[in-house]
Design a binder for this molecule. Structure first.
Ligand code: ZZB
Length: 262
């Protein structure tokens, strides 16, 4: 899989992470990024939050830039070390570690997002075995993200989040599709009566449907490629993000990937 890893700059860590990092000299003065693997760089305009798994371990790793640390799974760090994304070839240097639940409530800056700051939130379906274990959320075009974000809005206490971390973060229309309009994920979730992120079978069908419609027939509704087909905009937006340092290319061998559909 040819992923684009989006660098979500940490503006302020949740208190539980701050406690773990306190006094850690390796952290001082560094820019720290939650690194999210995506196959849909053209959707980054619609980011409303970032998802992590509450029980997944996340390390803070030295990157190929001495000023920048990457937060992700150990597995991703090992892969990146052979893709020129660590201090030297094959070298993995972890300077801190937290468990996902400690990151919940962390504020980040998501490149291209219309929101100035977004929050790190919990999602059940985040796989430690795929990408970086950090998922950037685009509820307008991803049924998984829309259903998870909706669950959080309905039951903030149950998910141990503050209501203000999701309040006002509505799906942003970024891509027009012939079948599902400009809010494809909310539309298909309503049509299929998907009520929660636990509706896995239905969500897999919804994902496939909006992915195809968005990719083959979608027209960008925002950004410099507004009016252009998604297929045309996708590589351009990917390049733009990489060129300005907001993203890095990351490859994962197909046979090592476990997809949510199995
Ligand atoms: C932003 C985005 C916007 C995504 C969208 C999808 C969609 P696939 O095809 O199954 O390989 N993802 C990445 N890492 C993980 C993980 N560790 N656990 C769970 N989900 C993960 O799916 C690739 C997508 O799965 C990635 O692209 C990411 O979400 C998510 F509008 O990033 B995507 C219709 C899908 N739309």
């Amino acid at each position: 899989q040819d992923y684009t890893c989006i660098k979500l700059k940490v503006l302020e860590f949740a208190p539980e992470t701050q406690e773990t990092l306190a006094g850690n000299k390796e952290i001082e003065g560094k820019k720290i990024f939650m690194v999210a693997a995506t196959l849909r760089p053209e959707t980054m305009y619609g980011q409303t939050n970032c998802f992590v798994g509450v029980d997944i371990k996340y390390g803070f790793y030295k990157s190929n830039n001495a000023d920048e640390l990457f937060v992700m799974t150990e597995r991703a760090a090992r892969n990146m070390a052979f893709q020129k994304l660590s201090p030297s070839n094959g070298e993995v240097v972890k300077v801190a570690e937290v468990v996902g639940h400690q990151l919940i409530g962390t504020q980040i800056k998501a490149p291209l997002s219309t929101f100035e700051r977004v929050y790190v939130l919990p999602m059940d379906g985040v796989l430690a075995t795929k990408g970086t274990g950090v998922v950037t959320s685009v509820p307008s075009d991803s049924p998984d993200d829309f259903s998870a974000l909706s669950d959080l809005k309905k039951k903030p206490d149950y998910y141990k989040i503050k209501a203000e971390w999701v309040a006002g973060y509505e799906p942003v229309p970024i891509i027009n599709t012939p079948t599902y309009g400009d809010l494809a994920a909310p539309t298909i979730c309503a049509q299929m009566k998907i009520n929660s992120q636990k509706d896995k079978t239905q969500l897999a069908i919804a994902k496939e449907a909006v992915y195809k419609d968005g990719y083959y027939n979608g027209i960008m509704a925002v950004g410099p490629y507004a009016g252009k087909p998604v297929q045309e905009a996708k590589p351009e937006i990917r390049k733009m993000l990489i060129d300005c340092g907001d993203a890095v290319p990351y490859n994962e061998p197909e046979n090592l990937v476990m997809s949510r559909s199995g």
